[in-house]
Design a protein around this ligand. Structure first.
Ligand code: DQA
Length: 145
């Protein structure tokens, strides 16, 4: 099985961007760790990041041919009906990750457009949330296979 680790806008800056909120781990570190954990769990993890909404939509469409998605939509979680519709249109299970606890932050981060069509959400567990989401996706793949 193959799982896509997809990160949205500004997450390429992880490690340098607001470390109080997001920590000092870089996106490269997270991707390396998830590929490694995927190996332990028996799935291939492929990684992508984009700052562009349309490219993220295309990536979700292409995930139709994959087995699962771990997705941090960044700020697009709060705004993007297009991403929500894309996730809704593709049967592949997708789990949403937010590094920070979005519910403890500004009110505009309390709403996620994408969360209602996700197979699960992890928020506020730091970068460990990506590992939790991958474990859940792998569990879902086992349930469906
Ligand atoms: C984030 C939370 C979003 O509100 C924010 O816009 C991000 C990062 C997180 O991982 O905590 O870019 O998705």
């Amino acid at each position: 099985p193959t799982v896509l680790l997809l990160n949205g806008p500004n997450l390429n800056l992880l490690g340098r961007r607001d470390p109080a909120q997001y920590g000092t781990t870089t996106l490269a570190d997270i991707e390396k760790r998830l590929v490694e954990l995927g190996g332990e769990l028996g799935v291939e993890v492929v990684c992508a990041q984009s700052n562009h909404e349309g490219e993220l939509v295309d990536r979700i469409h292409a995930a139709r041919d994959l087995d699962g998605v771990v997705f941090n939509p960044g700020a697009y979680a709060h705004t993007s009906i297009a991403l929500r519709d894309a996730i809704d249109a593709v049967p592949t299970p997708c789990v949403e990750v937010h590094i920070s606890n979005v519910h403890a932050r500004e009110p505009f981060r309390h709403v996620s457009m994408t969360a209602p069509v996700m197979s699960g959400c992890v928020s506020g567990c730091g970068v460990h949330g990506y590992e939790l989401a991958l474990r859940h996706v792998v569990w879902l793949i086992g349930q469906n296979g």
